[in-house]
Design a protein around this ligand. Structure first.
Ligand SMILES: Nc1ncnc2c1ncn2[C@@H]1O[C@H](COP(=O)(O)OP(=O)(O)O)[C@@H](O)[C@H]1O
Ligand SMILES: [Mg+2]
Length: 225
């Protein structure tokens, strides 16, 4: 398996109960897996643990055959090869589309950087918009820039945290299809978090439910966190 999380536990402070409590799951290479759960159920925390933005109290994470968190092991965020897309896209407002996409490519030489940029612009169909700034783009286009920026350094896994929550409802169905299409073309393993079942139904191969009490009766994988 490509991602192997075993007995992961985490709490923000010793006074509080664990946010993540002995959570285990696995993902195969190329799978697009949804995580659905109510607000506050620990979805973002789980992604932060995978990305290396938080350190778990117990448990292990293997990614692409490598132990990144476990007994005596802690690989830093920037060495994990994890890409992330957030709810607010977090694009740099003073950088163009091209500059945003190239942000994580500083290690590449100029011709390689240009090649990768062109590939990414084509993948998200924004070749015509390369010189624009984020505020000159629609919400859906900004979403695609964020996706291209996260995919440009060829991460081994992409984490998406509620990426559609800032989009108009009438745009959502089109953007869901676009994102699904881009993820499939990129052939990337992806963990996609949402509180909206419809997002996950449109995009993911399968779903993991956090806080199964809410979802009892659905014949899907249910995990209590
Ligand atoms: N930095 C933090 N410090 C303390 N508690 C936090 C912090 N971030 C989140 N929490 C708490 O952890 C729980 C899970 O939060 P979160 O992972 O953001 O949930 P979700 O993304 O599912 O809405 C919530 O109860 C939240 O209040
Ligand atoms: Mg969240």
């Amino acid at each position: 398996m490509f991602v192997n999380i075993q007995n992961l536990s985490f709490r923000y402070s010793k006074k509080q109960p664990p946010v993540i409590d002995r959570f285990s799951f696995t993902i195969e290479k190329g799978e697009i897996v949804g995580i659905v759960g109510a607000s506050g159920s620990g979805k973002s925390t789980l992604l932060r643990l995978l990305a290396g933005l938080e350190d778990p109290t117990a448990g292990s994470i293997e990614l692409n055959g490598r132990l990144i968190v476990g007994d005596n092991t802690y690989i830093e965020a920037e060495k994990r090869g994890v890409g992330m897309v957030f709810q607010n896209y977090a694009l740099f407002p003073h950088l163009t589309v091209s500059e945003n996409i190239c942000f994580g490519l500083h290690k590449l030489k100029r011709p390689e950087k240009k090649k990768r940029l062109d590939e990414m612009l084509e993948l998200v169909q924004l070749q015509e918009f390369a010189k624009r700034y984020p505020h000159e783009l629609s919400g859906g286009q900004q979403q695609r820039v964020a996706l291209a920026r996260a995919l440009a350094p060829s991460p081994s896994i992409l984490l998406m945290d509620e990426p559609f929550s800032n989009l108009d409802t009438n745009l959502k169905s089109l953007i869901r299809m676009e994102v699904r299409d881009i993820l499939q073309k990129a052939n990337i393993t992806c963990l996609f978090v949402s509180h909206d079942q419809a997002d996950v139904d449109a995009i993911c191969d399968r779903t993991i439910y956090i806080d199964c009490a809410t979802y009892v009766g659905l014949e899907k994988e249910a995990i209590t966190v």
